[in-house]
Every structure is written in C-alpha cells, then in structure tokens.
Design a protein around this ligand. Structure first.
Ligand code: GLY
Ligand code: MN
Ligand code: MN
Length: 434
C-alpha cells in the first residue's frame, strides 16, 4: 500500500507545476448495471493517483497557497443508515484524518462552496471532457464567479486540461507504483500458469476464464484490469474477443490476454499455447516468429531508445518471418513500404501500462517519438493473425498468436515484470505436460 506521504508529495509536485491555478478533480460515480444493481465501483485513475480516496462522488480541489489549507475534499458525509446497507464511508472526518485533506465538505454543498475556491485564480485545471455533467457544472461555477466581477473579484479566464501535466507525472512510475505493478504481474502470471495447467480439449473458454478470475481474486485483486480474452482457434484472430463461450478443440491454439488489477495498477499479459499441450509444425513456425519478434522488441526496451524502436524491431522480424513462411511475397523493404504485412499484423507492438491498462502519457513530443526513460512501463505485444482465406496454406489458416509482456525501463536495461509466465515452445509444452 502506498503511504500518505507519497500522495502528499504527488499533490505538491502537481501544485508546483500549476502556477496561478486551482485544480478541480472529480472521481467517477457509481454506474447502474440494471435497475438497482450497480457495477462494482472503480475510482477515476487521476483522482486516485492524487488522493488514494476509493469512494464514488468525490471532488478534490488543490489550491496552492490557500491559507486554510491547499487540499480541499468534497465527499459523501457519514450516514449510519446508508452505511448499514451499502458499506462504510470515510466521511468528512476520514477525508481529513485518513486521506490528508486540509478541509472536507459534503459533496451536496459543492455548488455553494466551490465558486469561492475559484475566486482570484487565473486558471482552473480540470480533466476536460471526461465527465460531461461535471464539466457543465464547473463552467457554471466559473460563470458565478464572473458575475461577481463588479465586486472586485477576479474570475478565472483559462480552463486548462489537467492531463497535460498530470499525465507526465503518471508516466514515470515511482518505486511504490512499480511494487504494485510487480504484484499485479505476479498474480496474473500465476493465473496464466494455472490456465495452462488445467487446459484440455473439450473444455469451454469460460472454464479457463473462471480459472483466471479465481487466481486473480485469490491473489488479492478486486477485478481484472480489463475483460479477459480467452480465445480458442479462430477466435484468437478477433483482437478484443471477450465472448469466451466456445469449446476448446484438440489441435487448436488458445490465446489468453488477461491481467489483474492491484490497488488500481494493471498487468496486461498475453500467452498463446496449444489446447492439447503440443504445437503442430505450422503453429510452432508461426509462434517462433512472434516470439523472435517479441525478443527483438524487448532488446530495444532501453533508456535512451525511442518509443518506436521496439515496434520497428518487432515488425522487421515479423515481416521476414511471414516472407519465409510464404505468407508474404516480396522484399522486407517492399512489405514495410506498402504495409502489406497489415493483413497479418494490424496493431502496434505496445502501449504505456500503469493505473490504466492503456495508460496515459504522450508517445510523441514535438512530433518526434519520445525517448524511453527509467520508470516508464509498457507492454511489448507483437502478434500474427492469419485469416481463413483461400490463398493461404490450410495449415496456417485461423492461427492467431500474440505474446505480451510488461516491461519496466531501468537506468541500465529493463525488468520484465511478467517474466514468470513461460513463453518458449519448449517451456510451454513442458508446463502443460507436467
Ligand atoms: N489487453 C488489451 C491490450 O493488450 O492492449
Ligand atoms: Mn496490451
Ligand atoms: Mn493485453
């Protein structure tokens, strides 16, 4: 668990970057699933990054230099009747004593109090465009301050997207964040291994999914970081397949893309292995191309490399491999220029990973791919997906393979957070045989 000091430090770092501004950051509300049933609540990542406050219906205000305290929280007040039914709340006292707020007010009173907090600030920072109703309220509050201008009050005249500065902070993971990501990867690795060990022809995809959920929850994860993909045979060629309701057939491959979330930090791991524990020759040939591409990409995961280098390294190996397998015809150069490889490899090789599975942070700065820096975490996930087309050898049709690991850039080299899950043909076959 990350200590209160770390959250305080983050708020201080953000306020340092804000200049004459006040930040207003909302978390999400509970979301109705049906009638009076709600989805399990998951806090907004930006809000949680700054507060660690896990409840819905809360707004944090950061006001650098405010005499009565810089961190103001609006949240649900204690309510013994509601808490008896729906669970404990921190309440206003808890917001101060447990979460470090200098002041806390009931969320119902925000419209009365918040305009006053905006007075005499030039800028308001907020997550523009994320919560539309909240954006509209914020504009109204700014307008209320404007309406008082004749009394000498200065109203903010810039509304600035907070993500611009906050997401640069989130992009570089602190030690405490890396530790949570290691835990998420470890729990996820155990789940992938359990899935490999129980997989048999004739099982249903959802039975494997159940194994993943069981291991995630047992490892202390409240929910998966995204809906698990358990895709047997041709289903693996649907990149975000989540129906998970088909039978697993002897001779097919199974692609599992699943990661646990621990205290709002994600793992994102993919492995592909034979349902019956033994690769066919064609499956192994394609698999080894994807694995070689992934290892080539990981080799380029170094501080000082540009973001695009791992992708380009993987792409070259995949294109050469597809030519060698007679699935593409021409030179590597020509395939890269014409992008004919996109028939088999249509996504990029990775994305930032953190509190959000597709985490925040720019990939380019001033039009150039940015440099990798220590503390950045991302996935490396090349794949090959072969359609069921007449011009393709029958032994290759419907093969879908992706191998995805989670990588941390260090001062020297990198750490593969998901390294506990086997990925060579030999190691996979050995685990499944055991
Ligand atoms: N699990 C989604 C992705 O790999 O990006
Ligand atoms: Mn991914
Ligand atoms: Mn994934």
């Amino acid at each position: 668990m990350i200590s209160a000091t770390v959250f305080n430090r983050r708020r201080q770092d953000l306020m340092q970057l804000m200049g004459d501004g006040v930040a207003v950051i909302s978390t999400s509300s509970e979301c109705v699933r049906n009638r009076d049933v709600v989805y399990k609540f998951r806090p907004d990542s930006d809000f949680y990054y700054l507060t660690h406050f896990p409840e819905p219906d809360a707004v944090a205000v950061l006001s650098p230099g405010r005499e009565q305290g810089e961190f103001v929280m609006f949240c649900r007040d204690s309510d013994p009747e509601r808490e008896l039914w729906d669970g404990r709340r921190a309440g206003l006292d808890g917001a101060v004593s447990q979460y470090g707020a200098d002041d806390a007010f009931p969320i119902e009173d925000i419209s009365d109090i918040l305009p006053g907090l905006l007075e005499n600030h030039q800028k308001v920072y907020c997550n523009v465009g994320v919560y539309h109703e909240f954006d509209a309220k914020l504009l109204n509050w700014v307008n209320e301050v404007k309406a008082k201008s004749r009394t000498g009050v200065r109203a903010p005249h810039e509304i600035v997207d907070l993500s611009h500065i906050l997401h640069e902070l989130r992009l570089i993971k602190q030690t405490e964040e890396v530790n949570l990501m290691k835990r998420a990867a470890k729990v996820s690795a155990a789940a992938h291994k359990a899935a490999m060990q129980c997989c048999q022809p004739g099982m249903m995809e959802y039975e494997i999914e159940a194994e993943l959920h069981y291991e995630f929850r047992r490892g202390g994860s409240h929910y998966p970081a995204y809906s698990p993909i358990v895709a047997g045979g041709k289903n693996a060629c649907i990149l975000h397949y989540t129906e998970n309701n088909a039978e697993l057939r002897d001779g097919d491959l199974l692609l599992i893309d699943a990661g646990a979330e621990i205290d709002c930090y994600a793992a994102d791991i993919t492995r592909t292995f034979p349902v019956n524990g033994k690769f066919s020759a064609a499956q192994r040939d394609v698999y080894d191309v994807v694995l070689a591409a992934q290892l080539a990409a990981i080799d380029h995961a170094q501080a000082g490399s540009q973001w695009n280098e791992p992708h380009e390294a993987a792409l070259k190996v995949i294109v050469q491999g597809l030519i060698d397998l007679n699935l593409l015809h021409g030179s590597v150069q020509e395939m890269l220029e014409t992008e004919k490889y996109r028939r088999f490899y249509m996504h990029r090789t990775g994305h930032w990973l953190g509190m959000d599975v597709h985490d925040v942070g720019d990939y380019k700065i001033d039009g150039q791919w940015r440099q990798l820096e220590p503390g950045m975490t991302f996935t490396v996930e090349p794949g090959i997906y072969i359609p069921n087309d007449d011009d393709i050898g029958p032994q290759f049709r419907n093969i879908g393979i992706r191998i995805e690991d989670d990588v941390l850039i260090q001062r020297e080299g990198h750490m593969i957070l998901s390294k506990d899950v086997p990925k060579s043909v030999q190691d996979l076959e050995r685990l499944m045989a055991g």
